[in-house]
Ligand binder design. Structure first.
Ligand code: DC
Length: 433
C-alpha cells in the first residue's frame, strides 16, 4: 500500500498546481478527482440533460465509463474511450461538475474508482472530500484555502496569460457561486477533516506551499520508515492492571475455556477480530491477549457517564455503525501505527442466536491500509448464559494481509475480504458448544 496525501479545498485554491509540483518532487502519482466530476458534467451536457436534476443524471451513469491514465507522467481523463482532458476545462463544465457533484449517486459512482487508484500507489489526491470520505486514513491531510478575491485574481491572471479575455468580477462571482454549491450540498460537502492541517495560501507563493506540504509528507515517510512508535511504559502497565482486575468477575462467573493459545499474537499492531456474542467479549479476548489493545465500540456506549470514561480509559473509541464512520477508521489506523493492537467485531452488532453475520467493510479496510494481519477469534456457548456457563474462546491462525487478497479499496473488494475473515471466524465457533 502506498502513502496517501489528501489535498482538499475550495475551487481555485491552487490545489492542482501544488499537487503537480509535489508529485514531481516526491515521485508520487497525482490524482485530480475534479476531472472525474467534470467528465460526468460533460457527458450529461452532451445528452442535453439538466445537470442539477438527479432524475435526469442518474439514468445516464450506467452509460459512463471514466478512466484516468498516466501518459508521460501527466494525468489524462478518458470518457468512454475519448481523451477529454482539455474539453473539460471550460467555464460551462466547471458549473456542470459542481452541479452533478451534489447528486449522491454520482459521488457513490466515483467512490470506488478513487479508492482503487489510491490503494496501489503513493499518491497526492486533490478534491473536496478526500480527507473526509474517500481516504479517511490518508497519512497526510491538508486543507488548502485562500480568500475568494485572491483565488479569483490567480484565475484571472492564468486566463489572461493564456490570451483569453475575461472579466475579473465574473470570475469572482463564479468562484463564490461554486463555493456556495460545494459547501452547502447535503452529501460530502466541502469541509476540513478534523485531522487535516489547514493552510491559508492567500499570501504564500506556490513554491512556499509546495515546500510546506513536502515537509509534512517527508516527515510522514520518515516516521513510517522508523517503524511503529513505542507506547509509553506507564500505559502498558496501567492497561495490564485494568485487564487483570476486569477479568476477575468473569473468571468467577463463567467456566472459561481457551483454545489455540499457540496462535496468540506475539506483538502489537495486529487486529483481533471476533464474532460478537456478549457485551463482555472484549474482556474475554483481553484475558489471554496480554499486549495492549484499543477497542472499537459502538457510539451509543459513549453517551453515558461513567461508562464512556471507562471505555476511553482502555482506549475505546466510538464507531457509528452502518455509516462508514471515517473518523473511527482513522482512529483505528492511528492506534495500530502507534503499536497498539485493535480488538473489533467486524459484524458490527451482537448476534443473539450465535449465527455468524456478514462483516462490514471496516476490518478489511484497516488491515489493508495498515498492512497488518488479522487474528480471528471464535466465541461459543449454547443457550442462555447463567452462573458457571461454559464459554469457549478459540484463537485461530493469523490471516496475513496477502491472504486477504484485497485487490483494491473498492467496497466490493473490502466486503469480499471481510467475508473471508468471517468464514475463518466461523470455523472457530462451535455451534454445539
Ligand atoms: O477541482 P475542480 O474545480 O476541477 O472540481 C470541479 C467540481 O467538482 C467542483 O465544483 C466540485 C466537484 N468536486 C467534488 O465535489 N469533489 C471532488 N473530490 C472533486 C471535485
Amino acid at each position: 500500500m502506498g502513502l496517501n496525501c489528501a489535498l482538499d479545498g475550495p475551487s481555485g485554491a491552487g490545489k492542482s498546481t501544488i499537487a503537480k509540483g509535489l508529485a514531481k518532487r516526491l515521485g508520487f502519482v497525482y490524482v485530480d478527482t475534479g476531472a472525474l466530476y467534470r467528465s460526468i458534467g460533460l457527458y450529461v451536457l452532451s445528452k442535453g440533460a439538466d445537470t442539477t436534476s438527479a432524475d435526469e443524471v442518474v439514468p445516464l451513469l450506467s452509460d459512463i465509463n471514466v478512466e484516468l491514465k498516466y501518459i508521460d507522467g501527466a494525468q489524462r481523463v478518458f470518457l468512454n474511450g475519448e481523451d477529454v482532458s482539455e474539453k473539460i476545462r471550460t467555464h460551462e463544465i466547471s458549473m456542470a461538475a459542481s452541479n452533478v457533484s451534489a447528486i449522491p449517486a454520482v459521488r457513490e459512482f466515483l467512490l470506488d474508482l478513487q479508492r482503487e487508484i489510491a490503494g496501489k500507489n503513493d499518491i497526492i489526491m486533490d478534491g473536496r472530500d478526500i480527507g473526509t470520505v474517500i481516504l479517511p486514513s490518508a497519512e497526510v491531510k491538508v486543507f488548502m484555502t485562500a480568500s475568494a478575491e485572491e483565488r479569483a485574481r490567480r484565475r484571472y491572471n492564468e486566463l489572461t496569460e493564456k490570451g483569453q479575455s475575461v472579466v475579473y468580477e465574473e470570475i469572482l462571482k463564479d468562484i463564490n457561486q461554486r463555493d456556495y454549491n460545494d459547501t452547502h450540498r447535503e452529501i460530502s460537502p466541502l469541509k476540513k477533516a478534523d485531522d487535516a492541517i489547514e493552510l491559508d495560501t492567500t499570501s504564500m507563493s506556490i513554491e512556499e506551499v509546495v515546500d510546506c506540504i513536502e515537509k509534512l509528507i517527508r516527515k510522514e515517510i520518515k516516521t513510517e520508515n522508523e517503524g511503529f512508535r513505542k507506547i509509553p511504559f506507564f500505559r502498558v502497565w496501567f492497561y495490564a492492571l485494568i485487564r487483570l482486575i476486569a477479568s476477575i468477575p468473569f473468571r468467577i462467573a463463567f467456566n472459561l475455556k481457551y483454545e489455540g493459545l499457540e496462535n496468540l499474537p506475539k506483538s502489537g499492531s495486529v487486529i483481533l477480530a471476533g464474532n460478537h456474542r456478549t457485551w463482555f467479549d472484549p474482556i474475554l479476548i483481553a484475558i489471554k491477549v496480554k499486549y495492549i489493545s484499543a477497542y472499537m465500540a459502538k457510539a451509543e456506549l459513549f453517551k453515558y457517564f461513567p461508562l464512556n470514561a471507562v471505555i476511553r480509559l482502555v482506549h475505546g473509541f466510538p464507531t457509528r455503525r452502518n455509516s462508514g464512520d471515517v473518523s473511527a477508521l482513522s482512529n483505528a489506523e492511528k492506534y495500530i501505527r502507534r503499536g497498539y493492537n485493535l480488538t473489533m467485531f467486524p459484524e458490527g452488532t451482537r448476534s443473539r442466536n450465535g449465527k455468524i453475520g456478514r462483516a462490514k467493510s471496516g476490518v478489511a479496510f484497516i488491515a489493508s491500509k495498515c498492512g497488518v494481519p488479522v487474528y480471528p477469534v471464535g466465541i461459543s456457548f449454547t443457550g442462555k448464559l447463567h452462573f458457571r456457563s461454559k464459554i469457549t474462546v478459540r484463537f485461530g491462525e493469523p490471516i496475513s494481509p496477502d491472504d486477504l487478497m484485497i485487490k483494491s479499496m473498492a467496497k466490493s473488494d473490502l466486503r469480499a475480504a471481510g467475508e473471508r475473515i468471517m468464514n475463518t471466524i466461523a470455523e472457530l465457533v462451535d455451534p454445539y458448544e
